[in-house]
Design a binder for this molecule. Structure first.
Ligand code: KE4
Length: 430
């Protein structure tokens, strides 16, 4: 990519100023590009499947705002909806009709959310759902899975303890051991480990939270029967099943993973797509559970900007543009991409595997797609970093980490898919 003259100096000064302002120069760690050993990009424009950096270089984009941009960037209908809402003011401080419109649109698509509450981020949605689960069951212990990411609330920034189904240990500085000890971390796709956790902790587990399709260890599909096992085991034990659909919600279809896999959780957390790229989160589920949330019940949760009218407007416009036929086209393109990447790698005798669920794709530098985090961690991260750099230089922006999903959008057409495969063929050769 050749930057326009003088723009590199501007980019370098912007990065220097950011580094003198924000920890690591970023407002979210993954944006520092440390996992791929490249200086961070500054992106300042997106349009459809493309983004432009501060030097004016254009890239075919597979970060997609980390999932929200399923329609592509700056989709005109979404932009107009936000602009229109903005002319009526921003946060007015009382319920806005747009909140009702988006809430009903979500419930129509995901009927298990009989009641829901909007927040301003996925992290807040997950924090709230866990507080609700603990209140509803009177129990303290939460089960999560290694490699699952559910936002940065204390109880979920933990790693597996010494043995399976033993108390977790803090995964970040600043998390008290007493908090980490309330979480169990199990291997994904391991039904016996789930059974053992409940056997070892009778009457103590409030909820199991799971990414129904894992996307934060790279894309890892649920093994057949895994989600059903979680559903049955939690039901029998009187614990709640929480699907964290912040990524999969409206990504895998209008009904998300719970529709695709036919398993209905007690609570669901959402984010990303439902806000069309504006700040948002949501949690919802059975009315008898959600009616425990203030002011209807004793579980307090609040937010100044919850249900923000501009986020609502963006979400309404985004969901209105999603249709079964557009999902079919999206999945067809994602399938072509996955097949093309695999073919390019094998032609170059590179040992990679491609994991895909719907429009979520990950190229693993492993001979076979991983089924859990321990396997994913065996991927050759240096090879991924070199691949990332080669693709970037060829005008394709991948997620700057082996453990993220590529997000294909409905704006990625055959031209972009073929260009990506051609770039990968050269990158695998390099
Ligand atoms: P936010 O608080 O970032 O809105 O959502 C947290 C969250 C919850 N659940 C799942 C399954 C998620 O993937 C996320 C956030 N996803 C990451 C990308 N894998 C956000 C990117 C970032 O942290 O900058």
């Amino acid at each position: 990519m050749t930057a326009e003259p003088g723009t590199t100096a501007r980019a370098n000064s912007l990065i220097a100023r950011a580094e003198g302002l924000f920890p690591g120069g970023v407002n979210s760690p993954v944006r520092a590009f440390r996992a791929v050993a490249r200086p961070p990009l500054l992106l300042e424009r997106g349009d459809g499947p493309y983004v432009w950096d501060s030097e004016g270089n254009r890239y075919i984009d597979y970060i997609g705002g980390w999932g929200p941009a399923i329609l592509g960037h700056a989709e005109p209908g979404v932009v107009a909806a936000v602009a229109g809402a903005g002319r009526n003011g921003f946060a007015l401080g009382a319920t806005h009709p747009l909140e009702i419109e988006l809430g009903e649109a979500i419930r129509r698509a995901m009927p298990s959310l009989d009641r829901l509450r909007f927040t301003s981020s996925g992290t807040e949605a997950v924090m709230s759902a866990l507080r609700l689960a603990r209140a509803a069951t009177g129990r303290d212990v939460i089960v999560k899975f290694a490699g699952g990411y559910h936002g940065h609330s204390d109880g979920l920034l933990v790693e597996a303890g010494s043995g399976v189904a033993t108390q977790a240990i803090a995964g970040s500085a600043g998390i008290p051991d007493s908090i980490a000890a309330q979480t169990l971390v199990l291997p994904y796709n391991d039904p016996p480990a789930v059974t053992r956790a409940f056997t070892d902790h009778p009457g103590q587990i409030a909820a199991v939270i799971v990414e129904p399709v894992a996307a934060n260890m790279g894309v890892v599909a649920p093994a057949p029967g895994f989600l059903e096992h979680l559903r049955e085991t939690t039901r029998v034990a009187g614990a709640l099943l929480i699907f964290d659909e912040v990524i999969t919600g409206f990504r895998l279809g209008l009904g998300g993973a719970q529709e695709r896999f036919g398993v209905a959780p007690d609570l669901t957390t959402l984010g990303k797509i439902i806000g069309g790229g504006m700040p948002i989160g949501a949690y919802g589920g059975r009315a008898d559970l959600m009616n425990l949330v203030a002011p209807a019940g004793p579980v307090y949760q609040a937010g100044t900007l919850s249900g923000h009218p501009l986020s609502m407007a963006a979400g309404i416009a985004t969901l209105a543009a999603l249709s079964p036929e557009r999902y079919r086209g999206l999945e067809a393109n994602a399938a072509s991409l996955a097949e093309g990447l695999l073919a390019a790698a094998s032609r170059a005798n590179r040992e990679v595997s491609v994991s895909r669920v719907g429009s979520l794709v990950t190229v693993f530098f492993l001979p076979t797609p991983p089924t859990d985090y321990a396997a994913a961690q065996r991927s050759d991260r240096d090879a991924y970093a070199r691949f990332f750099g080669a693709m970037l230089d060829l005008g394709v922006l991948l997620p700057p980490s082996q453990f993220e999903a590529w997000f294909v959008s409905m704006a990625h057409g055959p031209v972009e898919i073929e260009a990506t495969i051609a770039a990968a063929a050269r990158a695998f050769e390099a």
